[in-house]
Design a protein around this ligand. Structure first.
Ligand code: GLA
Ligand code: GLA
Ligand code: GLA
Length: 671
């Protein structure tokens, strides 16, 4: 059976370059100027119509697509293709007035106010009917228009409406729970409702975890799953309409993938997308924002194995939702955009094309700033568009030579946040981010993947704080080690099953046998506390009362030194079949984590992508026709890389070594 993804075509044969385009905010003169400036910048794709519902349907049931027709024709005449949005993020005010019950309700039963966006309950049949009606009319109307290259369903589904507690959602949740468990006894068992005597006697007693009380961790986790599924139903319903009218046009929606856990379960949504697309915004004050970007991009690649993905939105400069919104530093525009491309994006798209003068986001940066074309920003955008055009051969290639996988799962992140834990308000992906950064610094590319990914192609798999794991996925990790792989498991992984129930008998229940260790107590640390290890290393955040178990085949690599845990194992290593399993029971301080990974990288045969100087990001993409080494110098020093080939950006040939000016980017087509 052909993969559904093979049946649809990528919107642009080269890399796509452009952004969200909201011409309804502008006069015809400005729109004419936009066409001229898009040409200058090399824009070939725009996302149109994200907030245009009221343009298409100004009154209930009265449709008028003349504005859209004119825009599609104009963009087509100007060789700009269109990623056409369904307008369902933007509920018309008339619909709010007619049906106030579609507004989502927070945990205290307060409805969102009309205005803003995504003002709808994912379970609302009323909203579903109105939204599918406009999608139907839109799809029918534009079917066959040559400008329409792809569909963009709604916008950032869940951004504001991800958790609804209205009566309709409550009934839908009851239904979802019934479908999942079949009987109320099974629900009581799965959620452990005998605790505090919360046992249900019928499905009608089940509520969403609303209001002010301590809800059960099992219920909380299932409500996250339900909420993700409820939004996915809306996506699927819209997609079904689009596929009926325009079967050959790819359909996606823009994810908000960061460190996770995300508002919805993107890894489980990814298969529903013809092309997986992301919106990514860096946080200016984060000194390691380029590495956070790399983590998100590597997650995106994990969700689209073997295929490129799309950067659907990022910022040309400052955002406007942080307390202080700083513009990007000099050169970051190109470094950030091309880092996404290096990591598998076949597109560089922005929010948005032209900066709005009014509305909530009137100070959000754009490709054309308030200052207009005569600005540093627009010049930089034009230069970036030129670079993106020079990289057209990269389109369709794959990120190559990835030998390390890092497991990541929203469900694990949700579970760790559901209910009270040894450390409350935990940040799920901290350990993952620390390991990812250490690999980044060694020019080792890492796929950030879901636990159901086939691991056998990797030399090393890191399981960082993967709190929840199913028996099936734990077994896959064990099989991988047995077959010769190396696994590093870090603290608070494999603690609960899919119901958020502790696997008793010694921690970490799911990995105890694989690792040959048995933990009895968690000893979390306060922010400033450190634990010393007997090999001279130190750890923070966490320690635990641990022992080796099994046949005495577990090697203790380092022990706790001093304090209550003195002499107890802290880091262990065990031979498992043809492979190895490491356990790291604390967060090692940076240089010690680097030392650990230096050893594991060497022992497991992992090789860097290229030899580079510190601060240079290196990622390779390859296809049948070429090999492209992306080199991004994030440091303020001159950098270098050992490589032979031609820099596609500058045209310069390099015999064996590239020098990189501070902050510069090179993309070497390798010999
Ligand atoms: C109180 C309650 C117990 C339990 C403990 C521990 O003493 O009576 O039911 O909750 O706190 O938190
Ligand atoms: C679940 C299953 C996996 C996979 C994913 C994605 O977690 O366990 O095998 O199917 O969902 O749908
Ligand atoms: C998101 C949205 C855009 C815009 C940007 C910038 O990504 O999809 O509509 O709001 O953020 O804030």
């Amino acid at each position: 059976m052909p993969d559904r993804h093979d049946l649809v075509s990528w919107p642009i044969s080269a890399l796509s370059f452009g952004g969200d385009y909201n011409p309804e905010q502008w006069s015809p003169e400005v729109v004419a100027e936009d066409m001229r400036l898009m040409k200058r910048a090399g824009v070939n794709l725009v996302t149109l119509g994200v907030f245009s519902w009221v343009r298409y349907e100004p009154r209930d049931g009265q449709f008028d697509f003349s504005w859209l027709d004119a825009m599609l024709d104009l963009l087509h005449e100007n060789d700009v293709r269109v990623d056409l949005a369904t307008p369902t993020a933007a509920v018309p005010m008339w619909l709010h007035r007619l049906h106030p019950e579609i507004l989502p309700q927070d945990e205290f039963g307060h409805p969102l106010a009309p205005g803003g966006r995504l003002g709808w309950c994912p379970s609302s049949p009323v909203f579903r009917e109105y939204s599918l009606r406009v999608v139907e009319r839109l799809a029918e109307h534009v079917s066959g228009h040559p400008a329409v290259a792809m569909w963009h369903v709604s916008n950032e589904l869940g951004g504001g409406n991800a958790r609804c507690h209205c009566p309709v959602s409550r009934d839908h949740f009851q239904h979802w729970v019934r479908e999942r468990y079949g009987s109320i006894d099974a629900v009581n068992a799965a959620w452990g409702m005998s605790f505090w005597g919360n046992t249900y006697s019928s499905f009608e007693e089940i509520t969403t975890p609303a209001g002010k009380t301590a809800h059960n961790p099992g219920q909380l986790l299932d409500f996250e799953r339900f909420s993700s599924d409820a939004l996915l139903e809306q996506y699927r319903a819209e997609r079904a309409v689009l596929k009926r009218h325009t079967p050959a046009v790819p359909v996606t929606t823009n994810f908000m993938v960061g460190l996770g856990p995300d508002v919805v379960d993107y890894s489980r949504w990814a298969d529903e997308m013809d092309i997986v697309a992301n919106d990514h915004y860096t946080y200016g004050p984060d000194p390691l924002r380029h590495q956070e970007l790399a983590f998100s991009a590597d997650r995106m690649r994990g969700m689209s194995p073997g295929r490129p993905w799309m950067l659907m939105e990022h910022a040309a400069g400052a955002a406007s939702w942080h307390p202080i919104n700083q513009p990007k530093k000099r050169g970051e525009l190109a470094r950030h955009a091309l880092s996404h491309v290096a990591r598998g994006s076949d597109s560089v798209m922005f929010f948005q094309w032209r900066a709005s003068v009014f509305g909530t986001e009137q100070f959000h940066s754009a490709m054309v700033p308030h200052a207009g074309e005569n600005s540093r920003m627009f010049s930089d955008v034009v230069a970036l568009g030129d670079s993106v055009a020079k990289l057209s051969d990269v389109a369709g290639s794959e990120v190559a030579g990835v030998q390390v996988a890092l497991l990541h799962d929203n469900e694990a992140g949700w579970a760790v946040k559901s209910g009270l834990k040894p450390v409350n308000r935990p940040s799920y992906a901290d350990a993952a981010r620390a390991y990812h950064h250490a690999f980044f610094d060694r020019a080792v590319t890492t796929d950030v993947v879901a636990p159901w990914t086939d691991l056998h192609r990797y030399r090393l798999v890191v399981v960082p704080g993967l709190f929840l794991i199913t028996p099936e996925h734990a077994k896959a990790i064990t099989d991988y080690a047995n077959a010769g792989g190396t696994v590093i498991v870090t603290w608070f992984s494999g603690i609960v099953d899919e119901h958020n129930t502790v696997l008793a008998g010694g921690y970490p229940g799911a990995f105890r046998e694989l690792l040959g260790v048995r933990g009895e107590e968690f000893h979390p640390l306060t922010t400033d506390e450190r634990v010393a290890l007997d090999n001279g290393w130190s750890g923070h955040r966490w320690s635990e009362l641990l022992d080796v178990s099994g046949d005495g085949d577990t090697e203790v690599v380092a022990r706790y030194d001093g304090g209550d845990l003195h002499g107890r194992p802290a880091i262990t290593k065990r031979r498992v079949g043809a492979g190895w399993a490491w356990y790291v029971s604390t967060d090692l301080d940076d240089s010690d984590l680097d030392a650990l990974l230096e050893r594991v990288i060497e022992e497991s045969g992992v090789t860097p992508v290229a030899e580079v100087s510190p601060g240079v990001e290196a990622v390779r993409r390859t296809s049948a026709s070429g090999s492209y080494l992306f080199l991004i110098n994030h440091s303020s020093e001159e950098g270098w890389a050992s490589v032979a080939g031609t820099d596609l950006l500058s045209g310069i040939e390099h015999a064996d070594r590239v020098t990189l000016a501070p902050g510069s980017v090179a993309v070497i087509e390798e010999r």
